[in-house]
Design a protein around this ligand. Structure first.
Ligand code: KIV
Length: 279
C-alpha cells in the first residue's frame, strides 16, 4: 500500500475538505492513529515534553527524532509522516540543515519535514523543496523560540505582528512549502491566512477556520489527566485514569494471589513431571 501524497492536501483544500493531523511518537499510537483514519501524522518535537520528560522541545536531538520517526513509520502504511526538525538541526548552517532533513527522510522514512519560522528560513525551504524534500512550515507560537518569545503567549495580536505573519505564510507558500501549521494565533488572523493561501493551513490554537487541525496525542487522550486541559485542546478520552486504574488492579491481584491463575499458566505433561520428581 502506498502512502498518501502531500499534494492531496492541496486538493482537499480546494474542495473545502477538512482534515485532522495528530502527533504520534511510537509504533502502537501511530498504528491506532492510522486505523482511526487520520491521514497525516506529525512526529513532533513535542516528544521532548510529552514522552521524554524534558521541560520543553529545546533539548530534543536529531537521534531522538530519528528513533521516534522510524517507529511511527513502521506503525503506518498509508499516512503522510511529517517529522519535526529539532532545535539547532537547521539553524546553524544550510548545509547541516539539508543533511539533517535528508536523514529524516532517508534513515527515518518520513515523508516530509517541519521547520519553525518565517522569512528567515525561506531560502532554506526553497532549497529543500528543490532537492525533493517536502516541507511543512510552522508560524505563530513556535515552541523552539519559547525563550525568545517569553512564554506561551498568543502571537500575531498587533497589526504589525499579524501583517508579518501573513507575509511569512505567503513567503513559505511561494518557497514551495506544502502546508503551514499556525499555532496559538487569533482565529480571525488564521482565517485571513487560510483565505490568502492555496496550500492548507493546519491550526492548533488557531480557531476553526484552518483547513486542517493538529493536536498533541497526549492532550486529546487525557494521558496527563492530573494537569489542566489546555485552552486549545479537547479531551476525547481520559486514558491517564484508565491506565492508572488498570495498573492498580493488576498490582492488587498480584499481591492478593488472584493473578495469574491456571488460565494464564502453562501445563507440563505427567511423564515429564514424574521424571523430574527425583531430580
Ligand atoms: O511538536 C509538535 O507537536 C508540534 C505541534 C504543536 C504542531 O509542532
Amino acid at each position: 500500500m502506498s502512502r498518501l501524497s502531500i499534494h492531496k492536501l492541496k486538493e482537499w483544500k480546494a474542495q473545502g475538505r477538512r482534515f485532522a493531523m495528530v502527533t504520534a511518537y511510537d509504533y502502537p499510537t501511530a498504528r491506532l492513529a492510522e486505523q482511526a483514519g487520520i491521514p497525516i501524522i506529525l512526529v513532533g518535537d513535542s516528544v521532548g515534553s510529552v514522552v521524554l520528560g524534558y521541560g520543553s522541545t529545546i533539548p530534543v536531538t536529531m537521534e531522538e527524532m530519528l528513533h521516534h520517526t522510524k517507529a511511527v513509520v513502521r506503525g503506518t502504511e498509508r499516512a503522510i509522516i511529517v517529522a519535526d526538525m529539532p532545535f539547532m538541526s537547521y539553524q546553524a548552517s544550510p548545509d547541516e540543515a539539508m543533511a539533517n532533513a535528508g536523514r529524516l527522510l532517508k534513515e527515518g522514512g518520513a515523508t516530509a519535514v517541519k521547520l519553525e519560522g518565517g522569512s528567515h528560513i525561506v531560502p532554506l525551504v526553497r532549497r529543500m523543496v528543490e532537492c525533493g524534500i517536502p516541507v511543512m512550515g510552522h508560524l505563530g507560537l513556535t515552541p523552539q523560540s519559547i525563550n525568545q518569545l517569553g512564554g506561551h503567549k498568543v502571537q500575531g495580536k498587533t497589526p504589525a505582528a499579524a501583517a508579518k505573519l501573513i507575509a511569512d505564510a505567503r513567503a513559505l507558500e511561494e518557497a514551495g512549502a506544502f502546508a503551514v501549521v499556525l499555532e496559538t494565533i487569533p482565529a480571525p488572523l488564521a482565517k485571513m491566512v487560510t483565505e490568502r493561501l492555496t496550500i492548507p493551513t493546519i491550526g492548533i490554537g488557531a480557531g476553526p477556520h484552518c483547513d486542517g487541525q493538529v493536536q498533541v496525542l497526549h492532550d486529546i487522550l487525557g494521558i496527563y489527566d492530573d494537569q489542566r486541559v489546555l485552552k486549545h485542546a479537547k479531551r476525547y478520552a481520559v486514558l491517564g485514569a484508565a491506565i492508572r486504574d488498570a495498573l492498580r488492579q493488576y498490582a492488587a491481584e498480584v499481591e492478593a494471589g488472584t493473578f495469574p491463575t491456571a488460565e494464564h499458566s502453562f501445563e507440563m505433561d505427567e511423564a515429564t513431571l514424574r521424571e523430574l520428581a527425583s531430580v
